[in-house]
Every structure is written in structure tokens, then in C-alpha cells.
Write a protein that binds this ligand. Sequence first.
Ligand SMILES: NC(=O)c1ccc[n+]([C@@H]2O[C@H](COP(=O)([O-])OP(=O)(O)OC[C@H]3O[C@@H](n4cnc5c(N)ncnc54)[C@H](O)[C@@H]3O)[C@@H](O)[C@H]2O)c1
Length: 357
Amino acid sequence: MPDRPATSARPPLRRVLVTGGCGFIGSNLVRYLRTQRPGCHVVNLDALTYSGNPENLADLAGDTGYTFVHGDIRDRALVERLLERCDAVIHAAAETHVDRAIMDSRPFMETNVLGTQTMLDAALHARERGAFAGVFLHVSTDEVYGSLPADRPDLRFTETSPLHPNNPYAASKASSDLLVATCRNTFGLETRVARASNNFGPYQFPEKIIPLFVTNLVQGLKVPLYGDGLHVRDWLHVDDTCEAILAILERGRAGETYNIGGHNERSNLELTRSILAILGKGGEMIRHVADRPGHDRRYATDTAKIERELGWRPTRSAWPAALERTVRWYIDNPGWWQRIRAGAYRDYYRRQYGETV
Ligand SMILES: NC(=O)c1ccc[n+]([C@@H]2O[C@H](COP(=O)([O-])OP(=O)(O)OC[C@H]3O[C@@H](n4cnc5c(N)ncnc54)[C@H](O)[C@@H]3O)[C@@H](O)[C@H]2O)c1
């Protein structure tokens, strides 16, 4: 179908189910929806795995427009019940860390593939009995396209580029994208897929590079940088992601996929040096570690489609200001990450980096 500007807006959102709302993007999204669409009730279904943290939404305690449900996306009966009267579901629950997928990919297949299939089944069943007629928005990643060469900055993946996942996490996300696409094609479910680039911002679990490096440095620990550090990612502030997801939900076209990017490509080495500079630390705080197996060199997407059709552009991702604000958030909220780093996180860190924190 040729791209064309979205014409008609849907009726205002009254009730939305968000999955994975206690995670990084999910919690920012729930808060964003409550702020930007105060008339919309948000139901958050989250299993509270290691990266799900109810503290991320502690400020919504007492908000009558918000309901938390502790449960699993693989529980079809539960999802079907929660979808009743919802205008939309934003499916963000997933296993998300590439290094963990390399250690053990099974939970990624169970949650990201089977979990998404269960969500789709629940939506179809709810639709069949007239309890759900809304949009199924699936949150995905630019990692599904695979890697680009670092020396070809002219190349970018578009929404029609072939899927070429290179690690078990990316494979599980690509699989879930395909399940969503087939559900649209076979059953006519009103789907959308949002493929976001690397996100940063507050409440990100400190296994991911920015909070990991900031919290290590604040504690006087070195930062483990993979390989030569020249892997390039397009950094997108989570508030920009939330705004784009809402635009896709409200104004995107049924069955379409939209790339979301920050126009902010940086190598991990450049990112590391920027964090060191913000914290007043030197290069001696970098500990070079063996590269991640199968480490993708560069991710970059073409975001012309969302810009053209929905008029969306990132406005909060530009560095250095956005990075400085994020680093500052972790400095100002030590209790949040210290509680995480004191728990099972320590075993993970030892297994991954061969030292204790
Ligand atoms: N963080 C990024 O840079 C990024 C970029 C692009 C796309 N994404 C996608 O965005 C989504 C959210 O990513 P994130 O970084 O916020 O992840 P996260 O790991 O911070 O949060 C994931 C959340 O999902 C929940 N969850 C996991 N398994 C569940 C299950 N079976 N049932 C219910 N809840 C479950 C967890 O408890 C957690 O709250 C994911 O789909 C991810 O693939 C993330």
C-alpha cells in the first residue's frame, strides 16, 4: 500500500491496556498517557520480572485513572478479560536484554514469541464476542533489521527492509512482529508495529549501557566497554518514544509499521566518553572487555514515514542536553538504582562481567 498522510483521527482514547508498564519504556509510557490523555484510564499488566519495578510508577499511587494488574501476558483468559472495553492495547512487555538472551534464550521465546501470540489470540477472542474492537499496537525494535556497516552512514533501514535478526533477542522480536503481521493479514485485526531505536531516559534497568555506566562511575567502579567500542546506536529519548507511540496509536494506519529514531547516532565509545566527561572522570575508568558474540555494528533506521504521515519528529533526544539530563536523573535518584543493584543483579553482573559490584 502506498504511503499517504493519515486523514481521520480515531475517537478519543478512554481505556488502554499497556503490557510491561512496570519496565523502563512501559512506566514512562503509562505516565505519559496519564498526563497527555487524562481522560483515558490506563490498565497496566505486568508480571514483575527482574526488570519490572512497581517503584517506577510509585507516583501514580492513588490515581483513579490507573490500575495495576500483576499477571502474565501468557495468561490468555486474564488478557481477554482485561481487554474488555479497551480502545487499544500497547504491547510492550518483553524480555529485552541481548546479553541475557545470549546466556539463555528460552525466556525470550516464551515471553516475546509465545507471549505475543497469546496476546493476539486474546484480542481475537475478545473481538469475536464483541468485547474488544480496538487497536493492537506492538512495540518492537530496530534490532529486527540486523546490522549495517559503520562506514556507510548513508545506509538506513526502512520499514520494508528485510528482517535479519542477529541475536536471540532480535530473533524473538522479529518473530513477534511477524505474528502481528499475520494476525492482521489472516484475521483483519487492527494492528500497528512501532520499531524504536535504542532508548534512554529515567527508570532504565541498570544492565543497559547508560544507567550501567553512570551507576558504576558514581560508585567509583570502571565501566565495561565491549570490544573496540565502535558499535553505533541511534539514541532516542524515551519521552520521544512515548510521543511517537501515541501518534501511531491515534493517527497511524491499520496494519502499518513505523520506525522511530532519534537522529542521534553515536558509537559506544563516544557515548562512554560523554558520560565520563559529564561526571568529571577520565579514560582510565574504561575497562575494555571481550566483545559481545555476534555484536551488531550499527543500527540506523529511516524515519521518513512517521515524519511524513504523522508529522512526528524527535524533539527531546538531542545531545548533550538530553544525555546530561538523564545522567543527572540517576545521580539524583540513588535509592532507585541502589535497591536494584543490591539484589539478584549482583549475580547477573558477576556472570556477565566476571567481577562483583
Ligand atoms: N529499551 C530500548 O532501548 C528498546 C528499544 C526498542 C524497543 N524496545 C521494546 O520496548 C519494550 C519495552 O522495553 P523496555 O526496555 O522497557 O524493557 P524492560 O525490560 O525495562 O521492561 C519489560 C517489562 O515487561 C515485563 N514483562 C516481562 N515478561 C512479562 C510477561 N511474561 N508478562 C507480563 N509482563 C512481562 C517486565 O516485568 C518489565 O516490567 C520491549 O518490547 C522492547 O523490545 C525497547
